[in-house]
Design a protein around this ligand. Structure first.
Ligand code: NAD
Length: 250
């Protein structure tokens, strides 16, 4: 059966062709949702949405820009009348060590990965409160839990760990409004975020250290997001779902 029939789902960072966001948009659409893709480039977002089907939309939104988040949320409510699901998926990484983190890099990584989760959530929460229902899922990372994944620097770990705290606090605050807020913590997923930074030999080396002996696929994170977005998870809030092939078992 269709798990998101008639729902309006907003997904940030979902224009990248091999990314987790677009895989999620496709899966949500297949489950009956109307999907709104947000990404930095509005044309790329619109093209990605059109590629899924004519009912879907793609708009420009830099999640680190609060006004942009408020404007796009208004536009979506005007167009569709509701927002049932928000997937705070947008993120960037940078492979540097502690002593190499300059102020601008700290700001950039924290702004997109953490501040962006706050701003886009702030933009949709009032509508979800009016509806007295909603589900928000936020992208963290194994990097937050084990102090570094494979590629992200300490600023990325800090930002993704911040997402866990922010999401848990929001889950407490908005539970009485029947709004659920959860996180996913992926291990290493084969998308373009690692492109140019990991060759096949290095990927094979990493895969050998993972209990399931392989990297994850974008669709496998989309599956966790679908669970959290749908009523299958109706009594789950403030939770963190590991999707890491066993890379971290705790
Ligand atoms: P990706 O680079 O394919 O996708 C990231 C998307 O976010 C891109 O479409 C990009 O344009 C968009 N984006 C970047 N900055 C933005 C901004 N300011 N506003 C709106 N959109 C913005 O990579 P991905 O692997 O699909 O990453 C998706 C999320 O998953 C990220 O938050 C990433 O940190 C997280 N993550 C990825 C992995 C992995 O191994 N691939 C592991 C853990 C967590």
């Amino acid at each position: 059966s269709l798990l998101l029939d008639g729902k309006v789902a907003v997904i940030s960072g979902a224009a990248s062709p091999r990314g987790i966001g677009l895989a999620t948009a496709r899966l949500f659409a297949a489950h009956g949702a109307t999907v709104v893709i947000l990404d930095l480039d509005g044309q790329a977002a619109a093209a990605a949405a059109a590629g899924i089907g004519p009912a879907h939309r793609g708009y420009a939104c830099n999640v680190a820009d609060k006004d942009a988040c408020l404007r796009v949320a208004d536009r979506i409510v005007t167009e569709f009348g509701r927002i049932d699901v928000l997937i705070n998926n947008a993120g960037i990484t940078q492979p540097v060590k502690t002593l190499e983190i300059d102020p601008a890099s700290w700001d950039r990584i924290v702004d997109v990965n953490l501040r962006g989760v706050l701003y886009l959530s702030q933009a949709v929460l009032p509508q979800m409160q009016k509806q007295r229902s909603g589900s928000i899922a936020c992208m963290s990372s194994v990097s937050a839990q084990r102090g570094g994944g494979i590629l992200g620097g300490p600023h990325y770990s800090a930002a993704k760990a911040g997402v866990l705290g922010l999401a848990k606090a929001m889950a407490r605050e908005f539970g009485p409004d029947n709004i659920r807020i959860n996180c996913v913590t992926p291990g290493l997923i084969d998308t373009d975020i690692t492109s140019g930074k990991l060759d096949d030999a290095k990927k094979a080396e990493i895969a050998a250290t993972i209990p399931l002996n392989r990297l994850g696929k974008a669709d496998e994170i989309a599956g966790a997001y679908l669970f959290l977005a749908s009523d299958l998870s109706s009594y789950i809030t403030g939770a963190v779902i590991d999707v890491n092939g066993g890379m971290l078992i705790h």
